[in-house]
Design a binder for this molecule. Structure first.
Ligand code: URA
Length: 210
């Protein structure tokens, strides 16, 4: 069975994505809003975190109340655009560890390869959230998830802001165990591999490199 695609159905996410799509949005606003949407998607993607009860004394009485069980969690941005989402995830899950995966594209095969991979030592014991703003062909996310699985990870989710149907199909075929959390699903890819209507090159817009 394929992994589920969870599309955020929320007016705040829809509104913020429209600001990101606008080519005249400033680098400062773009960066802040990427982080905000990252926070909102993390809220949805962590719905299944296990809870336990603990004793607490309120100003009124003693009681028991839910607290996170402390499941180990790591966020893994795909360099470089994925870095823009890390802050939003950490604001929701401050104890998360951060791993990094960098990818380059083989000019002949056009397939992505890992050139940098620095992960927490106990990564195989952690729930992993791979983050990248754009799921276009799905090549980078596919390779990043494969690299994590080679290192023993078996509980992986993928968070993106904008997904193309092509990218979703690739991840569902290569990694049917991985659920995708996204802000919106767009029409598809153009001949240059950009998502349409999309928001352009997310890395350039986050880092102001264009
Ligand atoms: N990467 C981006 O940053 N934008 C796209 O539209 C596709 C891939």
């Amino acid at each position: 069975m394929n992994g589920k695609v969870h599309v955020m159905d929320h007016p705040l996410v829809a509104h913020k994505l429209t600001i990101l799509r606008d080519k005249d949005t400033s680098v400062k606003d773009f960066r802040e809003i990427v982080s905000e949407i990252g926070m909102l998607i993390t809220y949805e993607a962590t719905r299944d975190l296990p809870l336990t009860e603990k004793e607490v004394e309120t100003p009124i009485c003693k009681t028991t109340a839910p607290t996170l069980k402390g499941k180990k969690f790591a966020v893994v941005p795909i360099l470089r655009a994925g870095l823009g989402l890390v802050d939003g995830v950490l604001r929701m899950v401050p104890s998360a560890r951060v791993g990094h995966i960098g990818m380059f594209r083989d000019e002949e095969t056009l397939e992505p390869h890992v050139y940098f991979c620095k992960l927490p030592k106990d990564v195989a014991e952690r729930d992993i959230m791979v983050v990248d703003p754009m799921l276009a062909t799905g090549g980078s996310a596919d390779a990043a998830i494969s690299a994590l699985k080679e290192r023993g990870c078996n509980n992986i989710k993928l968070m993106v802001l904008v997904a193309a149907p092509e990218g979703i199909a690739r991840i569902q075929s290569s990694h049917p165990d991985v659920d995708i959390f996204c802000g919106v699903v767009d029409k598809g890819l153009n001949e240059r591999g950009y998502i349409v209507p999309g928001l352009g090159d997310a890395g350039d817009r986050i880092f102001g490199t264009k």
